[in-house]
Design a protein around this ligand. Sequence first.
Ligand code: PLP
Length: 396
Amino acid sequence: MSGAASQERVYLDYNASAPLRPEAREAMLAAFDLPGNASSVHAEGRAARALMEDARAIIARFLGAGPRDVVFLSGATEAANLLLTPSLRDSGGGADELWMGEAEHPCVLAGHRFPGERTRLLPVDARGRFDLGALERALSEYNGRVMLALQAANNETGVLQPVAEAARLVHARNGFVVCDAVQLAGRGDCSLGALGVDAVFISSHKLGGPKGAGAIALAGRGLHIEEPLVRGGGQERGARGGTENVAAIAGFAAAAVAAGREVAGEATRLSALRDRLEARLLADFPDLAIFGAGVVRLPNAIAFALGDVSAETLLMALDMAGFAVSSGSACSSGKVRASHVLAAMGVEDHIAKGALRISLGWATRESDVDRFCETFRKTIRDIRARRAGLAARKIV
Ligand code: PLP
């Protein structure tokens, strides 16, 4: 990373949040100077509105939607809260049940406005891929209308999900598909057309935009949100009340432009870095378990474990050594908990407890990866040596 304060540290946790891109910072600083409320009719209000509508056009292009079908809100968690409801309807009505992949992000798994008895979890296989066969069987035995919530890529393992194939199966039964494309955004094509879904949502801070902004895009076809979550002054065409956060939206759009411009080149650059990291880790630790190995994954991420060292110990040791990485386990409010994703993949508990996730991004350099590999090797060697020393002392 650049910048004096961050020179010593190496940030390898982009799937949690990406550093702010300079383009996003610049756009936000300019927007902060606009005093107007985007709903006001005076010149200042119109200037704020114009900035926001420019941003809407950018995000609409990014997601392959019409600008009128894009809703700005606070992020992906709010997007899931808003979309996962029987009141997401078209002329034929809403869904009777919400089906979700077992490896979805907790913000989706909450199920939101579907009562528990109208939700169903569908499995992933041992490599973390959503099980299309299970979906096909479940659909053939069900007569109602289904909303499937399926992520484009998993935040812990980086495994890409067969969203377009799943959508074809669900559409053949008159259902809807909502896609959490948070981790694919900026790393691959997350447009409605490429994913083949009815609604998609993304989050600004995973792209290098500010935290606290996100967007939903609806595929049109008469699909609309009948009951908003946040009611108020009718902003966002009635889908989300409240004065819009124009500066965050401007930063989000600037980040999307930068990420979109680089997407193909960055995918190649990051997958080369990730492969270098993976090869060096495997050379040092041939018994390393890599989650999702052998299936298509995001270019920037790797999740792995050594069976004998806990993620908590490693996270702390690496943090002290200057590296920000993440546990493969769901980590909310700073607490490391067993990962539901690895459990769904059938990973044994003692292995899952050692899972680490390294995720790279726009500011990651080859030297960061090399420094990480050296430090990781040394850290494991020290932990094991300390443990062997303690064991020897016990025997004596
Ligand atoms: N979905 C996925 C796959 C994520 O990785 C995250 C963030 O960790 C979210 C949803 C939630 O995003 P937000 O922070 O915008 O609420």
